[in-house]
Ligand binder design. Sequence first.
Ligand SMILES: [Zn+2]
Length: 142
Amino acid sequence: MGSRHRMGHVPDLRLGVHPDLLAKIDRVLAAMTIVGHPMRIVQGVRTAEAQHALWLQGRELPGRRVTNADGYQRKSNHQVKADGFGWAVDCCFTTGEPFGETQPWDLYGLLGKTVGLVWGGDWKKPDWDHLEMKNWKSYSEN
Ligand SMILES: [Zn+2]
């Protein structure tokens, strides 16, 4: 991995995300655009360091708790798996409030499930913007 970080350089959020997941996400995003609620990817692969920083939020750092995965003992599906790919993507809306509560998250989740993904909005602690692939272990053995 090269470190060609420049000021203002926009990172490629698709980098390292499983190609099958990207193909599914593209179908979801295309459908959301057609129904008038365009979205974009805001988070693809997350490093262990970045995951840990997120975990510290609401614990040793101010803010609300957003994750139970500390990045090391417990990994997020945004982190690279044994197959070398990230298995989760977060999206937000590009019109109105990016993460607004009144945005049609249920529609996004429904479309995600329609293409065979797991939607974070169905979890006990809902993660509306999150979509991930199912059963990565069995999937990668196939
Ligand atoms: Zn996520």
